[in-house]
Write a protein that binds this ligand. Sequence first.
Ligand SMILES: Nc1ncnc2c1ncn2[C@@H]1O[C@H](COP(=O)(O)OS(=O)(=O)O)[C@@H](OP(=O)(O)O)[C@H]1O
Length: 352
Amino acid sequence: MKPTLFEVMRMSRICRMALVTCLGSFILVIFYFQSMLHPVMRRNPFGMDICCRKGSRSPLQELYNPTQLELSNTAILHQMRRDQVTDTCRANSVTSRKRRVLTPNDLKHLVVDEDHELIYCYVPKVACTNWKRVMMVLTGRGKYSDPMEIPANEAHVSANLKTLNQYSIPEINHRLKNYMKFLFVREPFERLVSAYRNKFTQKYNTSFHKRYGTKIVKRQRKNATQEALRKGDDVKFEEFVAYLIDPLTQREEPFNEHWQTVYSLCHPCHIHYDLVGKYETLEDDSNYVLQLAGVGSYLKFPTYAKSTKTTDEMTTEFFQNISMEHQTQLYDVYKLDFLMFNYSVPSYLKLE
Ligand SMILES: Nc1ncnc2c1ncn2[C@@H]1O[C@H](COP(=O)(O)OS(=O)(=O)O)[C@@H](OP(=O)(O)O)[C@H]1O
């Protein structure tokens, strides 16, 4: 039976549709394999791509065996900082002290950048918002070029950065061995005052007031009003210190990360950090890391001109009302951070 004209037209339309679908799928497959071989890169305003490391030398090689003369002196400074950590760990037998081995949970502060072979252990109150922004630029495969285009709250969304605990054990070991591991530290009591000012003296930080403030007021304030017990929004620095040195506090739960010690967050006696950056030289040290990673010519650490930054003078003021006994106990809590990162005992401190 001969097909009718209508049937012929229908068949040719089906053939055309099948052909278009095949062609479309073929193009998609080509794009897919191309993107696997050459990850999508977007150019930054300076015409350089931020995606993957170009040179054959890794940041680790550049750090330990610098090819650029101007980086050699800085390399010596960082060797001294590493030695200080090693010596403190040894002297205080933190490395050999009987303790459980590191678990993946201990690695949740270690942010990984596979493209530039970097691992950054973030320490809150040491400009970690800006460093997380920079890590998002580095790992974003061209999605961002300027760290400051990323809102601060976005930088703290955990899904936006990959941490070391998300890998398998062999993958963790490979990265710990081959990537450049770094962290940034700050004078421990200045960091503490920065945390106190930000979390307890700002009206908007209600979650901290509810979660910690109410507990601190209840435990540390005699004759607290019902309102203070309910809101927890007027914690005094003396009360905060009393809460930190109270042995019950850390027995109940670990410190919040904003006032947790650096050695508990980043485990520098168990993880060998190649580079210890300091808040006091934040921009220089940060730009050095970016230089080692091979992106220093077009990616700079954000500069900051906030006049309300916590200073040494401000910290001295806060400690005026703390008793000698409490100062001594507080120093004991943070002593390893002081020693490991070579911060001297503050001159305002009155130790027993
Ligand atoms: N580029 C630069 N230079 C100097 N200082 C800087 C810079 N970026 C951030 N900061 C200071 O870092 C403090 C905030 O740190 P974090 O972002 O880690 O805070 S948080 O953990 O997210 O709450 C906060 O310190 P304080 O102001 O003393 O609280 C910021 O002022």
